[in-house]
Design a protein around this ligand. Sequence first.
Ligand SMILES: NC(=O)c1ccc[n+]([C@@H]2O[C@H](COP(=O)([O-])OP(=O)(O)OC[C@H]3O[C@@H](n4cnc5c(N)ncnc54)[C@H](OP(=O)(O)O)[C@@H]3O)[C@@H](O)[C@H]2O)c1
Length: 246
Amino acid sequence: MKKITIIGMGNMGTAIAERFGEAGFQVISCRKEDDVNEKLGDADMFVIAVKPQSFKDLASSVSVELSDKLAISAMAGVTIASVQKQLHMRNVVRAMPNLGVKIGKGVVGWVASPEVEDAQKKDVHSLFQTCGSSVEMESEEKVDAITALHNPSYYFYICEQVEEKAKAMGFSPSDARQIAEDAFVGSAAVFASDDRTAAEWRAAVTSKGGTTEASINHFEESALGQILQDGIEKGKDRSEEISQSM
Ligand SMILES: NC(=O)c1ccc[n+]([C@@H]2O[C@H](COP(=O)([O-])OP(=O)(O)OC[C@H]3O[C@@H](n4cnc5c(N)ncnc54)[C@H](OP(=O)(O)O)[C@@H]3O)[C@@H](O)[C@H]2O)c1
């Protein structure tokens, strides 16, 4: 059985560890108080799930030879070159998971350094499939892009507006939350139920002269769509900025 060590058992490390067991790997957890060299020992690969600012300290505590292993970095804004340099190894995958991994419904975008072998990529793909969907990309620029695209906070933000408006309309906080949750979860399930695009689904539920049209017309007149797209672009720019500064 192949072995994978997860370094950093916080939010993401714990979520990943729970999923990866399903791919038939032996998962070894490595917490701050553990001896990282012992935990890395005979592992075939390892995941770096510490905060980017903790990476330098972690790297300086590693003394075992890593050249025969594969590193999968889940750290936002840390480039493959930086992981290669600080860990003195070549085979590195840079991955960007999202919160959905917690329940096996996440999206993991990833890119591999040229040295990563096809068999290793196959393993990485199988591991990430247990997290939801696994999307291999051709460049680190795309990792910055997917970081901004698959961010659950945008949806939370919209739910937040629905909750606030429901409370302003006289609903109790618990009813407001329930309305926001049910509308969101139901819409997501319907969206996933066939191949129609979001625009097609929206058109399907918008009748001429109806309530949906009144709301959507206001969003369009206020350029809300463009504002959301600009916000996503800002996230990508910030991800690139962080990558360049690490
Ligand atoms: N959370 C997300 O949704 C998400 C999404 C995409 C990517 N990521 C990436 O995933 C990484 C982890 O994020 P997170 O939200 O899971 O952070 P977190 O909850 O703070 O987890 C980080 C964990 O790493 C531990 N740690 C620090 N130094 C360590 C060391 N030398 N050896 C072993 N463990 C060590 C921390 O322990 P202490 O608390 O004791 O310091 C903590 O338990 C980040 O790089 C982030 O960019 C997270």
